[in-house]
Design a protein around this ligand. Structure first.
Ligand SMILES: Cc1cc2nc3c(=O)[nH]c(=O)nc-3n(C[C@H](O)[C@H](O)[C@H](O)COP(=O)(O)O)c2cc1C
Length: 192
């Protein structure tokens, strides 16, 4: 069974993270999840539910949550993180992007990304910001050169999405593709 670490930060787009978790459960993918302190606040604002309720709901589906300040978490160690197929930061704020690109580990999200880079574990940084300044672009290039996937959240419209859930499924499906987990959850180009 594939295992993935999902990091949720304080960028807009909590729906993407919620969709990722729902799909991971239905696909029987093991997920360990870290939600940054600011990610918890944005999630509450955007989804209109408390973080505790969100956490409880997904814990019932088997997701394991780690507090963002827990540096004693097993995930902070390369020996444990090596068991995982990949680390995904979705949505990724430009603050977390900057911390990871510059080797700053002030919370467990940053530390897990740092470990993924040093251990060569697939890392997808799904950044959400617009427009991008030169610092953001340089940080993305830096991470891309270190082997991470610099993923800008950018849903397509050629597959005629019906609603925002379809847009989220496209983005999440592309991330599963990058992790080598093949799904049929979104309409690919010229696929009916
Ligand atoms: C409602 C809301 C939406 C936000 N959207 C974004 C965003 O799309 N991208 C971003 O980089 N930061 C966004 N921010 C700012 C981040 O939450 C802020 O920079 C925070 O420090 C990020 O911390 P974290 O990366 O540890 O979660 C938003 C903040 C709020 C309150």
């Amino acid at each position: 069974m594939p295992s993935v670490v999902l990091c949720i930060t304080g960028a807009s787009g909590s729906l993407y993270a919620q969709t990722f978790l729902e799909l991971a459960i239905s696909l029987k993918i093991n997920v360990d999840c870290i939600v940054s302190e600011r990610g918890q606040k944005v999630l509450e604002y955007e989804l209109g539910i408390s973080f505790n309720k969100f956490k409880k709901h997904f814990e019932e589906g088997g997701v394991k949550f780690h507090p963002p300040q827990d540096f004693f978490s097993p995930l902070a160690s390369g020996s444990v993180l090596n068991r995982y197929n990949g680390v995904v930061v979705l949505p990724c704020s430009v603050g977390t992007l900057g911390a990871v690109a510059n080797g700053i580990s002030s919370n467990l999200v940053h530390r897990v990304c740092d470990v993924a880079l040093k251990e060569r574990i697939p890392l997808v940084m799904a950044v959400r910001e617009m427009p991008l300044n030169a610092i953001h672009l340089e940080n993305m290039l830096k991470l891309q050169k270190m082997g991470a996937v610099a993923f800008v959240i950018s849903p397509a419209f050629y597959n005629k999405p019906k609603d925002i859930k379809d847009l989220a499924l496209f983005v999440v499906g592309r991330i599963f593709d990058l992790l080598g987990i093949k799904t049929e959850i979104y309409k690919r180009w010229k696929e009916d």
